[in-house]
Design a protein around this ligand. Structure first.
Ligand SMILES: C[S@@+](CC[C@H](N)C(=O)[O-])C[C@H]1O[C@@H](n2cnc3c(N)ncnc32)[C@H](O)[C@@H]1O
Length: 269
């Protein structure tokens, strides 16, 4: 599917809006009513490029109100989506109904400390969009192991929109240098609620040891193609091209070093 988002089902939209309001959320917020549209301009391009024309079975891990799950379903994939919050799952179901893909997505509430409720090698692909940095530190190792378990050999994991611990400015809350403070100091300054830091991309890479970084293949063609489709200016594309060349001898893809990091990995066969 290309171009415009499909027409919204107005009745389902009203239900979604009312439910959002009942949860104390603003349905006109970019990250509520506008989330699917946002990901249509971002994640859709990543899926188009990384998954090519295959129609596959996808896990959307940490689905929130379902934006990425909806995009994957609109691209024709069968989607299983999990989150740890009941309210998110309720809104996600209504969100999917708005876009006519409610039947194509299986939303499930999970407990963060339980194994994922799927067989080994169940999925062809996994999407982690802006989620791993939110996973409780104590659960993260286990979560990454579970993602590896449920992914098929030769399957792909798409990690994107993830706040980078190495960045001087934390991307979600916009706080300078908080990524470099010891946790206790950061929490003391900002309070528990406002405290948010990034995730170290090399921690993720370590968990998926043996996987192939497909952003490095073909001289980084795939990564640049995604960025081009995001609508990056030619100046920014040239900066990425330059960084790609500098990082090539170290086998580091550019996406790992951006403030919101991304990496596309393939599990060994
Ligand atoms: C920014 S949202 C993710 C957005 C979503 N992936 C999308 O693209 O539309 C982060 C989500 O991660 C979920 N989350 C945090 N820890 C989790 C865990 N251990 N397992 C599953 N989801 C988790 C939160 O409940 C929240 O909904």
């Amino acid at each position: 599917m290309t171009g415009q988002l499909p027409q919204i089902n107005l009745e389902a939209r009203e239900e979604f809006r009312q439910k959002a309001v009942s949860f104390g959320l603003n349905p006109d917020d970019k990250w509520i009513g506008g989330y699917v549209e946002y990901e249509w301009g971002k994640l859709k391009h990543t899926l188009d490029v990384v998954l090519d024309k295959d129609k596959v079975k996808i896990l959307e891990f940490g689905c929130n109100i379902g934006a990425s799950a909806v995009i994957a379903a609109l691209c024709g994939h069968v989607v299983y989506a999990v989150d740890i919050k009941q309210k998110n799952i309720e809104l996600a179901n209504l969100n999917a109904a708005q876009y006519g893909v409610g039947e194509q997505i299986f939303f499930t509430l999970i407990n963060p400390t339980d194994p994922l409720p799927y067989d080994d090698a169940f999925f062809d692909a996994i999407i982690c969009n802006s989620v791993l940095e939110y996973v409780n530190d104590e659960c993260l190792k286990q979560v990454l192991k579970q993602l590896d378990r449920v992914l098929k050999p030769d399957g792909k994991i798409i990690i994107t929109g993830t706040s980078n611990r190495m960045a001087p400015k934390e991307v979600h809350k916009g706080k300078w240098f908080i990524n470099y403070f010891p946790k206790s100091l950061g929490k003391l300054i900002y309070g528990n609620k406002k405290y948010q830091i990034g995730l170290h991309p090399f921690r993720v890479l370590r968990a998926f040891k043996g996987y192939e970084n497909i952003d490095l293949l073909d001289n980084g063609k795939l990564y640049l193609e995604i960025k081009k489709r995001f609508g990056l200016s030619s100046l920014n594309l040239n900066i990425l091209r330059f960084l790609k060349r500098v990082l090539r001898p170290f086998k580091i893809s550019v996406g790992l070093l951006t403030p919101s990091f991304s990496v596309n990995l393939r599990k060994p066969k």
